[in-house]
Design a protein around this ligand. Structure first.
Ligand code: NAD
Length: 243
């Protein structure tokens, strides 16, 4: 069963972590995938994967987004996965960090959606998936001020796009993971000094007693990409964190 047969999918931040696992899962579900990332070395790890072509793309650059979509589209599915985590409270946060988080976590999604939406509207069909987090309007998490602000904005922009285009065949949903094993999570655990203690603390906040895997999130992305009767939703996938 290939739920995404004949679907053409654009993924951002597909070089590692959830984006990479999703690009592979979309392709295995029958889609043709354009996997993009700012990091070409990371993208090269997808070389030879059936159904996937890779393109370097910095989602902070509007012209680059337009060029890649123009050259490799039109798309049936867009998965906006790029995002960055800053630690700290409202008092710790540097304004430049908030500006950067807003640009990468929120504005980048606006850039890619604006680039793919006209062709989706022409076709009368399209599925847009935005990577949020349960650390957002769903749940306050200590020391994640800029992150939580921007991921809440992702849910808002998701609902807004969903509301505007629901009668025109466009679905727009958000994925809200808990804590997922990924290269950047590894970096953050190492950066805390005591890796084992940091890892134990991340696991402790997940009631299922373990971190999620990128493949588990990718399965949800495949489901949403092909789902035809849901829009404007924030799908939590969080090891029971928000039970
Ligand atoms: P990651 O953070 O390990 O990798 C992020 C990828 O984004 C990298 O390949 C990087 O090169 C790419 N990237 C960075 N800047 C870019 C830019 N300007 N243009 C294009 N690509 C760029 O991956 P992850 O931890 O799986 O996170 C992916 C998404 O999932 C993020 O939006 C993150 O906020 C979200 N998320 C992650 C977790 C988690 O616990 N890992 C939890 C909830 C949400």
């Amino acid at each position: 069963y290939l739920p995404l047969k004949n679907k053409h999918v654009l993924v951002t931040a597909a070089g590692q972590g959830i984006g990479r696992a999703s690009a592979i899962a979309f392709a295995r579900a029958g889609a043709t995938v354009v996997a993009t990332d700012i990091n070409t070395e990371a993208l090269a790890t997808l070389d030879g994967e059936a159904g996937i072509t890779t393109r370097q793309l910095d989602v902070l650059k509007d012209d680059a987004v337009k060029a890649v979509v123009g050259e490799t589209g039109p798309f049936d599915v867009l998965f906006n996965c790029a995002g960055v985590v800053h630690g700290g409270t409202i008092m710790d946060m540097a304004d430049k960090d908030l500006d950067f988080a807003l640009d990468l976590n929120v504005r980048a999604m606006i850039r890619t959606i604006r680039a793919v939406l006209p062709a989706m509207l022409e076709k009368g069909d399209g599925s847009i998936i935005n990577m949020a987090s349960v650390a957002s309007s769903i749940k306050g998490v200590p020391n994640r001020f800029a992150y939580t602000v921007t991921k809440a904005a992702v849910i808002g922009l998701t609902k807004s796009v969903a509301a505007d285009y629901v009668t025109q065949g466009i679905r727009c949903n958000a994925i809200c993971p808990g804590t997922v094993e990924s290269p950047s999570l590894q970096d953050r655990m190492r950066a805390q000094g005591d890796y084992d203690a940091a890892r134990a603390a991340f696991i402790a906040r997940q009631p299922m007693g373990r971190l999620g895997t990128p493949e588990e999130i990718a399965d949800l992305a495949v489901y949403i990409a092909g789902a035809t009767y849901t829009s404007g939703q924030a799908f939590a996938i969080d090891g029971g964190w928000t039970i």
